[in-house]
Design a protein around this ligand. Structure first.
Ligand SMILES: [Fe+2]
Ligand SMILES: [Fe+2]
Length: 286
């Protein structure tokens, strides 16, 4: 339904135009060693968000964009916008919100130095290929290290795949050593990747993504950041209509803070507490 709305169509058109400009800017940086014009990059990203009427409107639109494209540039733009929203939810200053947005925009710039046939490979990567993909972190840092930009942007390129429990890469450092902006980008990055369509599956519904985060263990992420993020994403869908995995349709009426992926659903005159029905889950927002 939302995809035929004027707001969505406008967003899609603006997004495509912005991505083209963004692509040109990044290619100039990578191929010609051009300076990074942070004002221009920021303007492009924030113009997109400003045009959506509300933050929850933005998340709704984001999920409906998912079937369109999943290229590195669109991914970076989405990660930038999610990082912007998350930094806002965390109550950061305007300047820090801008820095977080730039960190998101440039976090995967190192991917441009990875051969295309690996980045665009539709099937699962071999161990060897995965090791090559992992080098995009160090490659990104090297591309940015001599530029006149915030250290957080450089650190985010290097550290956005680090995990607070030390299980990430490339350095395997723990939460105390990971740049806070890289932690924000890391959450936005995983969320973006999970909600995107893949060759082997369609886009995941936000509640399935939240379920994966909960099962995977939130200790991989900065506790205050991940909880704030997931709670706010869930609140975005309060009173929205959903279809459950058994075909039942209903509205989200109450959030379980201990199990964010399993809210209370009202279907007709019935209340379904999803924490008590482990085999039934939210399949789609409708
Ligand atoms: Fe990455
Ligand atoms: Fe990424």
């Amino acid at each position: 339904m939302i995809q035929s709305s004027p707001e969505f169509k406008k967003y899609k058109q603006d997004f495509d135009e912005t991505i083209d400009e963004f692509k040109d800017n990044i290619n100039d940086i990578v191929q010609k060693g051009a300076d990074i014009n942070t004002d221009e990059l920021l303007n492009q990203a924030t113009a997109l968000i400003k045009d959506t009427s509300t933050v929850s409107g933005f998340f709704h639109i984001l999920h409906n964009m998912r079937q369109y494209d999943d290229l590195t540039f669109a991914h970076c733009m989405n990660v930038a916008l999610i990082s912007n929203v998350l930094a806002g939810w965390l109550g950061m200053s305007k300047e820090d919100i801008e820095t977080a947005t730039l960190c998101g925009l440039l976090h995967d710039i190192g991917k441009l130095s990875i051969p295309d046939h690996i980045i665009k490979k539709p099937s699962q990567l071999t161990d060897e290929e995965y090791e090559i993909v992992k080098t995009h972190t160090v490659a990104g840092f090297n591309l940015l290290k001599d530029k006149d930009i915030s250290i957080h942007i450089k650190n985010s390129a290097l550290m956005h795949h680090e995990k607070c429990d030390g299980s990430g890469y490339p350095l395997g450092i723990d939460g105390s050593k990971i740049d806070p902006f890289a932690k924000i980008v890391g959450i936005a990055d995983v969320y973006e990747a999970m909600t995107a369509a893949r060759v082997y599956r369609g886009p995941l519904c936000p509640f399935q993504v939240i379920d994966i985060f909960e099962k995977e263990g939130l200790q991989k992420y900065e506790a205050a950041y991940i909880l704030k993020f997931l709670e706010n994403v869930v609140m975005t869908y309060m009173n929205h209509r959903v279809r459950l995995s058994d075909g039942t349709k209903g509205d989200i009426v109450f959030i379980n803070h201990a199990r964010l992926s399993r809210p209370m659903i009202k279907s007709g005159s019935n209340f379904i507490d999803l924490t008590k029905t482990p085999n039934i889950y939210i399949e789609q927002i409708i």
